[in-house]
Ligand binder design. Structure first.
Ligand code: AMP
Length: 325
């Protein structure tokens, strides 16, 4: 897989040191615009003459010049297999131009890593930074064995190390300010493109390399899918459990409703039966009363009829002897 990365970070965050380690690891070139400019200054080229003063002041070299430099460098054959950009882009104009350039050649960035170091550590590192005038290797007096000479141990003739003219205290403050104002906005630019990862670039150099290498790895898509599936399964299980619970509750409610209905029906039936019985009883009572009344009436009527008949017989008996006379 091709690695095309940008290392973002304030001066002194260790971009140079870590880039050199990635060169060995991935076999791709480090493209440091600072190194390219310093080389131009040292050779006294037209670019060097323009850039030298700007660099000493801790400011940024003109964008159009820098874009020319980077376009030329990316066109070199070794960059075709990938690259590590160190110190470029430095502002939004450069970032947008780089994006366009890489899109044109069909080689977009694969990752941007922000190396975070606090302000106090940055100034301490920059103040202690020394470079080899011959091979360009960067050293730090704070990490050198105590009492050792400030010489390059990578070159055979061990040239004396020097401090970069822009590593002086006054220039460092300006460079850090330029970083905050112009380069920091790139964090949002690359975040929006889902390219950015941040690492804590303070502490042991090997540990930082390990963090950096891990940050360069592509997002584990397959693992993510599996993880997503697991989450989906868990969620599904929960949903099913919930549904089952609420279903059982519904069933219980239904059952209890049905039971209530049945009970109500039974009650109604019983009540009905009871009321029917009552009505029947009442009717029977009424009927009984009627019968009694009828009987009584009959009796009364009989008695009355007897009385009337007796009276009539008496009257007739009284009348009969008179006629016989
Ligand atoms: P560096 O070695 O990356 O800290 O760069 C040293 C100096 O080179 C900076 O302070 C700038 O003056 C100049 N420089 C390096 N890269 C750029 C860039 N991409 N744009 C403008 N100026 C740059």
């Amino acid at each position: 897989m091709t690695t095309r990365i940008v290392l973002l970070g304030a001066p002194g965050s260790g971009k140079g040191t870590q880039s050199q380690r990635l060169v060995t690891r991935f076999g791709i070139p480090q493209i440091s615009t600072g190194d390219l400019l310093r080389s131009a200054v040292a050779r006294g080229t037209p670019l060097g003459l323009v850039a030298g003063e700007v660099m000493k002041a801790g400011k940024l070299v003109d964008d159009s010049i820098m874009l020319g430099v980077i376009r030329e460098r990316l066109a070199e054959p070794d960059a075709a297999k990938g690259f590590i950009l160190d110190g470029f882009p430095r502002n939004l104009v450069q970032a947008a131009a780089l994006e366009q350039l890489l899109a044109q050649i069909g080689q977009p960035l694969t990752r941007v890593v922000l190396m975070e170091v606090d302000y106090a550590e940055l100034t301490r590192r920059i103040a202690g930074r020394r470079s080899c005038p011959k091979c360009g290797s960067v050293f730090n007096i704070h990490s050198m064995p105590a009492g050792s000479e400030q010489r390059c141990d990578k070159c055979v003739d061990r040239p004396e190390l020097f401090q970069r003219p822009d590593d002086t205290e006054a220039t460092v403050a300006r460079r850090l300010q330029v970083f905050e104002e112009q380069t920091r906005p790139l964090v949002g630019f690359y975040q929006a493109r889902r390219l950015l990862r941040s690492i804590n670039a303070q502490g042991n150099v090997d540990a930082i390399t390990a963090l950096l290498v891990a940050a360069l790895k592509p997002a584990p898509k397959a693992k993510k899918k599996v993880a997503k599936k697991k989450v989906a399964k868990k969620t599904a299980k929960k949903v099913v459990k919930k549904a089952a619970k609420s279903a059982s509750r519904t069933v219980a409610v239904k059952v209890s409703k049905q039971a209530a209905k049945k009970a109500a029906v039974v009650t109604v039936k019983t009540t009905k039966r009871k009321s029917v019985k009552k009505t029947a009883k009442k009717a029977a009572k009424k009927a009984a009363k009627k019968t009694v009344a009828k009987k009584a009436a009959k009796k009364v009527a009989k008695k009355a009829a007897k009385k009337v008949a007796k009276k009539a017989a008496k009257k007739a008996a009284k009348k009969a002897p008179a006629k016989a006379k």
